[in-house]
Design a protein around this ligand. Sequence first.
Ligand SMILES: [Zn+2]
Length: 229
Amino acid sequence: MKWISDFIELIFPRRCLVCGNILSSNEKSLCLNCLIALPVIEDRQKAEIEKLFWGIIPIERATSYIYYRKGSPYNKLLHNLKYKDRPQIGIDIAVNAATAINESGFFEGIDTIVAVPLSKKKLRKRGYNQCDYIAKGISQVTGIPITKECVARIKPNETQTHKTREERWKNVEGIFKVTDVQKLKDKHILLIDDVLTTGATIASCAKAIIAAGGKVSILTIAYSNNSPI
Ligand SMILES: [Zn+2]
């Protein structure tokens, strides 16, 4: 039914999320120019990310894909993914991320992918968990299977915006619970989230998995070392 999609595209052309230009049929979410100019994280930011967890929780590896700067037009990507009912963006951007990261050997030895869960209330409100879509894109490229229904968010976390680093870490204590130990025990799990800021939320989830006998590596789409998004 290609003619139907061609017809729909003619009336409602898909636009690049960053610059607004009309996308060609082989471009996904971003036009080629914006894709080439994507603010991929640099080595010093990679080092910062690994340091976030030092002395707090034993993480195997941690990385991210895009560097998030306040006011950057690229922030529209995750904004649309999270708040504008555009979950497909999660797959598109994760395919790019996994393709870029794959060469470094980051995915070696990883048994399964787990998306950081949303609280039931948030899931109902949004209708989908954006991290499930990111996990799908990573799995498509790497072939690593996804494990679902093994971790739950048992407490919604309050907004982290006006909290100090210490308060944020305290605020996320015990918000996740492993609901199926067998799925995670003795496995190396790649934990997926959309944005990494202080690392407190994802560390809390990792802590629950490690307590259940799993090893954890972390991958997020974006990293921001200024204010939370
Ligand atoms: Zn563009």
